[in-house]
Design a protein around this ligand. Structure first.
Ligand SMILES: [Mn+2]
Length: 316
């Protein structure tokens, strides 16, 4: 067995307390991967890690298995300490949110991720940027280590892949389809799992539809920019994937930017591209992400951020 896997097993075996966390404002991959890993450790090592999150868990994740096992980090006891911290799908240190202080205080940190990150937090890293979801990295390690799995684990890993591939629309290699096929063979029902994600509040879907309907188009229709005011932002659930999804379906649209007024002069930017990488634009705004799906948080007015985005796309 690979030395990294041996070390992983050793660290889990010897840990007295284990914390698992994903990125702030968890998405499907982050939360489902964390819960899958919790159950893998429970099933194979007989100990139960604590899964925490920071920010808001989108309502569409309400029906995922083991959802109630997650804990908002502020509800942990004041003196909580974990000797082993496991980070999943976190991206960069700045996305750790409430998990950062526990990570800093831990004796050892393990990470499973698929984001490009030059400044890794983990002492032991299972990172693979070719993977469509962090769940795939966990699944590979679980297979190599011959860990036992159960229906919850299979379903959670599949849900993570479904959400991070946008229902398989963003599949870029056959690997993710092969692994999904293995998960289906192991008992995952993709149709059922997709359905449990169709669980948004009516006000959310309506506000997303309205936001898409009010989008503006630049560069002869190749760039769509949608903006969402703070009042409407409060009705949003997660990132506003539906807005991005609707606008990217328009003929001729190559890039979509969604600007969300999280607070006064704090704009969350989500960028999508059908072809050309746009992660550099997100990095220039102080964020990051994947080649064709990236984002940032910019401290400025929505109008100024919109101008910055239009300028950044010039020449693309
Ligand atoms: Mn992910």
């Amino acid at each position: 067995m690979d030395n990294k896997i041996k070390l992983l097993i050793d660290k889990i075996k010897n840990a007295k307390s284990i914390l698992i966390a994903g990125h702030k404002n968890p998405d499907g991959d982050s939360l489902c991967s964390a819960l899958a890993l919790m159950k893998i450790i429970e099933l194979n090592f007989g100990k139960k890690p604590t899964v925490i999150y920071d920010g808001n868990v989108p309502k569409f994740l309400d029906e995922i298995p083991l959802r109630r096992e997650t804990c908002f980090y502020v509800h942990l006891p004041e003196n909580a300490k974990f000797d082993l911290c496991i980070l999943v799908d976190y991206g960069t240190r700045s996305h750790l949110g409430g998990a950062e202080k526990f990570t800093n205080a831990a004796d050892f940190v393990i990470e499973f991720d698929h984001h490009f990150n030059e400044d890794v937090v983990g002492n032991l890293c299972f990172d693979d940027t070719t993977k469509a979801a962090a769940a795939q990295v966990i699944y590979d390690v679980a297979n190599e280590a011959k860990f036992k799995t159960d229906q919850d684990i299979i379903d959670l890993l599949t849900l993570a892949i479904i959400t991070d591939t946008g229902n398989f629309k963003f599949v870029r290699n056959s690997d993710v389809l092969r692994e999904t096929a293995d998960l289906v063979d192991a008992g995952a029902n993709v149709a059922h799992l997709t359905n449990i994600l169709n669980n948004k509040a009516k006000k959310t879907v309506l506000v997303e539809a309205k936001t898409a309907a009010n989008a503006e188009f630049y560069m002869k229709g190749r760039l769509a920019i949608a903006t969402i005011t703070h009042d409407d932002y409060k009705k949003l659930d997660g990132r506003g994937e539906l807005v991005l999804n609707l606008l990217s379906q328009i003929h001729g649209v190559e890039y979509v930017a969604l600007l969300k007024e999280q607070k006064e002069d704090q704009i969350g930017v989500s960028l999508r591209s059908k072809r050309i990488p746009i992660n550099e634009i997100a990095e220039n705004l102080g964020g990051g992400g994947h080649l064709c799906a990236a984002g940032a948080v910019v401290r400025d007015s929505i109008e100024n951020v919109k101008d910055q985005i239009i300028n950044a796309f010039k020449g693309k």
